[in-house]
Design a protein around this ligand. Structure first.
Ligand code: MN3
Length: 200
């Protein structure tokens, strides 16, 4: 059974009032993300891996140096779907309820979380991802290079930001810090983060 690309959870132009053009999604969803799905399907065709879940493929291939290509594409399929869900029109601002309390407890304050997340996203050298994760019950900020993700490390992802240059070049050119600030101010889907936190 082939892996499929999950639909984008909003229209291509839905984030235009919030700093991200339709053109970004035409390329990032329509070309980059789609290519990872197509490459993954080619790499696992006719193999046992083709019948496993995407999450299983990520965990298995991360531990096997002969499956680096499979890992890179499988993880990028998963990471991008997770990233689209981390965004919403008129998002950003502050979380509420249990999630807000947990952030305050584990980071000291929401501003401290924002500072740590911004710093991780800005200092990931080259391509990669910034994450908010649940690591055995404690919220932490991490960053990963290239396709690597919390799943591969046995951690639960709650929120991500793609900091590959293709993620921000159309809207922010080379200015990654502007992209990070815009994400936190206007785009974070805190409902998605709260749902992930509540999952077993
Ligand atoms: Mn990307």
């Amino acid at each position: 059974m082939a892996f499929t690309q999950a639909p984008l959870p909003f229209d291509f132009n839905a984030l235009e009032p919030y700093g991200m053009k339709a053109e970004t999604f035409e390329y990032h969803y329509g070309k980059h993300h789609k290519t990872y799905v197509d490459n993954l399907n080619k790499l696992v065709e006719g193999k046992d891996l083709a019948d496993k879940s995407l999450e299983e493929v990520i965990k298995i291939s991360f531990k096997d140096p002969s499956l680096t290509g499979v890992f890179n594409n499988a993880a990028q399929v998963w990471n991008h779907t997770f990233f689209w869900n981390s965004l919403k029109p008129a998002g950003g601002g502050t979380p509420s309820g249990d999630l807000a309390a947990k952030i305050n407890k584990d980071f000291g304050s929401f501003d401290k979380f924002k500072e740590e997340f911004s710093n991780a996203a800005a200092t990931q050298f080259g391509s990669g991802w910034a994450w908010l994760i649940d690591d055995n019950g404690t919220l932490k900020v991490t960053k990963t290079p290239n396709a690597e993700n919390p799943l591969a490390h046995g951690q639960k992802a709650l929120l991500t930001l793609d900091v590959w240059e293709h993620a921000y070049y159309i809207d922010f050119r080379n200015a990654r810090p502007g992209f990070i600030k815009n994400f936190l101010d206007k785009l974070v889907n805190w409902d998605f983060v709260a749902e992930n936190l509540a999952k077993a």
